[in-house]
Design a protein. Structure first.
Lengths: 843, 256
């Protein structure tokens, strides 16, 4: 039987082409993901091992910066004590924080989140072992800095140049004393690093004389664990020491964890692509079996058992799967290599390392490819076994009987019904558990739709038939009818597209809905023309807020200082604002009392909080401030929830005596004349042209919040593209089969006068009808799912309202039509080129 | 029905092949399918082309009907010379001037009998002539079955639909390729009757390739082909006469 299977594979090479392609792409996706993540985590592991290579012990301080009674970190005294221990070669104390470097045009180098500043801590020999200077030397004194090589190159800075650096305070100009290279992970990932003189950095980031970390290096031949044991007793309650080896291992594990999450997401999408491929494979084998009916019946007649027939078909599938997987694996390795160089091209710096090829990706690639193909061929194989021996005797080519679809439809109906109920139920339930229910329901509904799709195909396609006939005449009429001739096949083909579009549409609906809600909340809640914040982590300095207030044209400025107060025994989030300005920059609806009370040092709380706690205007609330001082604050106003305000609002001045380093997230600015270029420039100038400060107008604010959603959507679209590509191959496959099976008909049509152009058009329209049908089903189901998931997050998004992105949905449908046209190029051409006479004589 | 002298004879040719040759392959593998054939198919006449397998009878019909290309000579349908026509024009010519009846019926399973009949008109984008349609459908006796699909019709009924399809567009000439080859003798006789009636009553021109002497006896004229040449012609044939002539091919072998 194996030989028969092998012969069959070889005999149907062309017809198996699309199957091989589909399996190949899916397998390439899987193995590419595995090889890529293997390679990357290996490189990261190596790098983290390298960066902790000469570190014996690292000490980290977990001191609370708000706790003014305790030490803010590890003191110089502690560092010196550690340095005097036996076997310790050197101790470097570290402090770090935000430092943005401006390029000569005043723009920030790097992305904001990866702009770091730190201290240059030379040992007795005048060198800091963490940094190797290629040019110049370490910074000394208040006026000098050093830059990492990459950043210096980006800013075209040479030693001796003046460089503008922004920390959380105002911008300052420094002289570049040196350019260094380092093993620091963040720098190697493309971040910038500014080194300051030790005392300068301590003052900037912590407190003179204190470090947040200590790096201990051992003298040769000393055991790290011994040093660890000696260091530990010297630390206070907020310090924690670990050996370098331990830290390297921990970092490697963190990387592994992060990688495996990425891995799972990518594999999930690969799984979707392979799932879509199943339909294509099943279609192909169904056709091969149907064409071979007589041959199979003959084998049955001469004594082959049903089992043998099924096995023969499955062997054939396994062979195809094996070949496709091997090629797919090769392609996947290529993909992994391309992906890495692709990331480099996009400035995503990855550590270097060799390509890692382990057995796991190869074995999984082969297993996945062979199993998927065999699984997909299982039903056709069983159907083949059911062919009676007598079919060999019938002179007429026995067409597989169109079994009644009643059983199938009932099953599909029940599955879809269950799924739909679960989805609606989940939507009503909301929250996490609702989403789980929706996911389960979505699975059932999707399977139900896939089972039902052959039934749906007739009425849905019948709807468009009049249009096809009117616009395209006889070619449209024939195409419409051909599309529903083999409902199972049409259904399977359309299903493949529907799956991809369900996911794409679901995501788009969610994205549009959330995006619109964000838009609405920004426009509804903000009156300010500008929002000012820092590009990196860490907030604004009070001096920046003061500078904004003095800028020409500014009519109102209010900071958004985040703090905490214990009110009536419970800790609450608090916004510190400027009274008198807050209602000019934010739209605050006061329910009770007046915001003027803020000016008198009173509190305002949100309606919900007041209701929960039973507070009324005029209540005196016992208060515990950040520094544990006690007092009493009077409730002066109750306002409706605002996205940009915490549930409690007080004037900044109330918080000031209890907090020497206020954390100001952002500042809102209202200006005379609204958002204009001149006004924006006035603000930028007022901030001292600080590269680390971002001045955003309304549009930029909306983009800031909505941008992340769009980036995520685009990534998802990209990942789903593979599934859609395989679905397109499925359409090509189906069309090629249809043309092959209908050669005689096409020959006759040509004979009685249908020209080549219209033969092509007929095939093309069939493809378009099938694709658009699949797309419509997918879009409908996707919108339904998007609505359901949206309901579960509606609570957490104020102003939530379902938004159907009609434009985008329209684009999907048009694209589906184009996909149909594209997929039918080759089948249509071969149909038009068909030799009429051979075609008519066939059979 | 017997063949009588009511046969309508015209002098002009609906189709004409002149010095027509068709050669397959080259060198040693060369096969001459048609060897300088000259023949007229007269208007309003029912012509049968006969000959043993491989005699070139189907090739002759395919070339004259614009389905196949030829190596040399010329073919005219009415006033149109086929030789220089491109595929597009040939297709148009087949659509407007030629009707076909195939051995394997070749109906579209997705269309009803009625839709199959009007298919050539649909393709041409013409409205059917109601009166003519009624007449044709009545003649082939399909009035009650127009809404059926081919799978619901017997072989004879399907071929009657095919005959009606060939007639609806009032082509200048209808070609039949073994139209009774897949039918039992009774259904075959019916279909042949319709074809002859279309010639007698509607003035249609019909050319039919067959190897069945009984089928040939329905024609006004039989042309015999052997080895790609016309070797004989018989007017007002009878089944016995045709059979005798065919037997000669077997006994005498090659005739020149």
């Amino acid at each position: 039987m194996f030989r028969t299977a092998l012969r069959n594979v070889l005999a149907h090479k062309a017809r198996l082409l699309m199957t091989v392609l589909a399996v190949m792409l899916g397998v390439a996706f899987v193995s590419g993901t595995l090889v890529f993540t293997d390679t990357l985590s290996n490189a990261f592991r190596k790098q983290s091992a390298k960066s902790y290579d000469d570190v014996a012990v690292a000490v980290t301080s977990y001191a609370d910066p708000d706790d003014s009674k305790a030490e803010p970190g590890l003191s110089q005294k502690t560092a010196d004590k550690v340095g005097r221990l036996d076997g310790v070669a050197s101790v470097s104390g570290r402090v770090s924080g935000f430092a943005g470097v401006a390029d000569p045009d005043g723009k920030l180098i790097g992305s904001g989140w990866s702009n770091k500043g730190g201290n240059f801590a030379p040992a007795a020999n005048g060198k800091d072992p963490s940094y190797a200077f290629g040019e110049g030397r370490g910074p000394v004194g208040a006026d000098q800095i050093a830059l990492d090589q990459e950043t210096a190159t980006k800013g075209k800075y040479r030693v001796g140049d003046r460089v503008r650096v922004a920390t959380n305070g105002p911008v300052r100009e420094y002289t570049l004393a040196g350019i260094f290279t380092t093993d620091d992970g963040a720098v190697n990932a493309g971040g910038s690093l500014v080194l300051f003189d030790n005392a300068v950095a301590q003052k900037l980031y912590l407190k003179p004389g204190y470090y947040s970390d200590l790096i201990v290096r051992a003298a040769p031949g000393t055991d790290d664990d011994k040093i660890l044991a000696a260091v530990e007793p010297l630390l206070g309650e907020h310090g924690e020491a670990k050996t370098g080896a331990e830290l390297a291992k921990q970092q490697a594990e963190d990387i592994e964890k992060g990688m495996s999450a990425t891995n799972q997401i990518l594999l999930g999408f690969a799984g979707i692509a392979l799932f879509v491929g199943i339909f294509l494979i099943a279609n192909t084998f169904t056709m091969l079996v149907a064409q071979r009916t007589k041959e199979i019946a003959l084998m049955r007649a001469v004594g082959a058992s049903r089992k043998q027939i099924t096995r023969s078909v499955l062997t054939e599938a396994a062979l195809v799967g094996l070949v496709a997987s091997l090629v797919g694996f090769g392609l996947g390795v290529g993909l992994a290599v391309a992906l890495r160089s692709g990331m480099a091209a996009f400035d995503l710096k990855m550590p270097d390392g060799p390509l890692v090829l382990t057995a796991t990706p190869l074995v999984s690639a082969l297993a996945v490819g062979v199993l998927i193909t065999t699984f997909a061929a299982w039903l056709p194989g069983r159907r083949a076994a059911k062919i009676p021996p007598v079919a060999a005797m019938n002179s007429v080519h026995a067409v597989a009987t169109q079994k009644s679809l009643v059983v199938r439809n009932s099953i599909g109906g029940v599955l879809f019904g269950l799924g739909a109920v679960a989805i609606v139920g989940g939507a009503a339930m909301g929250k996490e558990s609702g989403r789980t229910l929706i996911a389960a329901g979505a699975f059932f509904a999707l399977v139900g739709i896939i089972v039902l799709i052959p039934l749906l195909s007739r009425p849905v396609i019948a709807l468009v038939r009049p249009l096809l006939v009117r616009v395209f005449g006889v070619a449209g009429k024939l195409a419409g009818q051909n599309a529903v001739r083999n409902p199972r096949r049409t259904g399977a083909t359309a299903s493949a597209l529907a799956i991809g579009l369900t996911l794409v549409t679901g995501l788009s609906v969610l994205g549009a809905t959330v995006g619109a809600a964000i838009d609405k909340s920004t426009t509804d809640n903000i009156r300010a023309d500008y929002l000012v914040k820092t590009a990196g982590f860490g907030g604004l300095d009070q001096s920046a807020v003061d500078a904004l207030a003095k800028a020409p044209g500014v009519t109102a400025v209010s900071p958004d200082q985040s703090a905490g107060l214990t009110l009536g025994g419970t800790w609450e989030m608090v916004s510190g604002v400027t009274s008198g300005a807050v209602d000019k920059v934010l739209r605050v609806e006061v329910v009770n009392g007046s915001l003027d009370a803020l000016g008198r040092g009173q509190l305002a709380v949100s309606e919900k909080l007041a209701e929960d706690r039973g507070w009324k205007v005029g209540d005196a609330l016992p208060t515990v401030f950040g520094d544990d001082k006690k007092g009493t604050l009077t409730l002066g106003a109750i306002y409706q929830e605002n996205e940009f305000l915490s549930p409690v609002v007080v004037d900044q001045k109330v918080l000031a005596p209890h907090n020497d380093k206020p954390s100001i997230q952002q500042a809102f600015v209202k200006m005379d004349g609204g958002a204009t270029a001149a006004n924006e420039k006035a603000l930028v100038d007022a901030l001292g042209n600080n590269p680390a400060m971002t001045v955003m107008d309304g549009r930029a604010i909306r983009d800031e919040f909505g941008g992340a959603i769009n980036i995520m959507l685009n990534m998802m679209y990209g990942l789903l593209a593979m599934a859609l590509l395989i679905a397109v191959l499925g359409v090509v496959n189906t069309l090629a089969m249809s043309v092959f099976e209908r050669q005689q008909e096409i020959g006759m049509l040509r004979a009685i006068g249908l020209d080549r152009r219209r033969v092509k058009r007929m095939v093309r329209l069939e493809a378009v009808v099938i694709s658009v049908f699949g797309a419509v089903v997918g879009v409908a189901l996707g919108a339904f799912l998007g609505w359901a998931i949206g309901e579960t997050i509606a609570d957490s998004i104020p102003g939530y309202a379902l938004v159907l992105p009609w434009g985008r949905i329209g684009v999907f449908l048009v694209l589906a039509g184009l996909v149909g046209v594209l997929a039918s190029l080759w089948p249509a051409r071969s149909a038009a080129k068909l030799n009429m006479l051979n075609a008519i004589k066939a059979q | 029905m017997t063949s009588t002298s009511t046969a309508y004879r015209a002098t002009t040719a609906a189709a004409r092949a002149t010095d027509l040759s068709k050669v397959y392959g080259e060198g040693e593998t060369q096969v001459v399918a048609l060897d300088h054939v000259t023949v007229d198919f007269r208007q309003g006449e029912f012509t049968a082309i006969m000959g043993p397998s491989g005699s070139g009878k189907s090739t002759l019909m395919h070339c004259v009907a614009g389905l196949d290309t030829f190596t040399s000579g010329s073919v005219r349908i009415g006033d149109t010379e086929l030789g220089p026509l491109k595929d597009k024009q040939l297709t148009q010519l087949r659509r407007d001037k030629i009707g076909f009846i195939f051995q394997a019926f070749n109906l579209l399973p997705t269309l009803t009998a009625q839709e199959n009949i009007t298919l050539p008109l649909d393709i041409a984008g013409r409205k059917p002539d109601k009166e003519w349609m009624r007449k044709v459908i009545e003649m082939v006796g399909l009035s009650g079955r127009l809404g059926h699909r081919p799978s619901q019709l017997s072989g004879g009924q399907q071929q009657r639909v095919a005959v009606a399809r060939a007639l609806t567009s009032r082509p200048e000439i209808i070609f039949g390729d073994e139209p009774t080859g897949n039918l039992d003798s009774r259904s075959g006789a019916e279909v042949l009757g319709f074809m002859r009636n279309s010639v007698r009553e509607l003035g249609q021109t019909v050319v039919m390739v067959t190897h069945d002497p009984v089928a040939a006896s329905y024609a006004d004229r039989v042309i015999f082909l052997a080895d790609g040449r016309i070797v004989d012609e018989m007017l007002r044939p009878t089944a016995d006469g045709v059979l005798d002539r065919m037997k000669e091919f077997d006994t005498k072998g090659r005739t020149s």
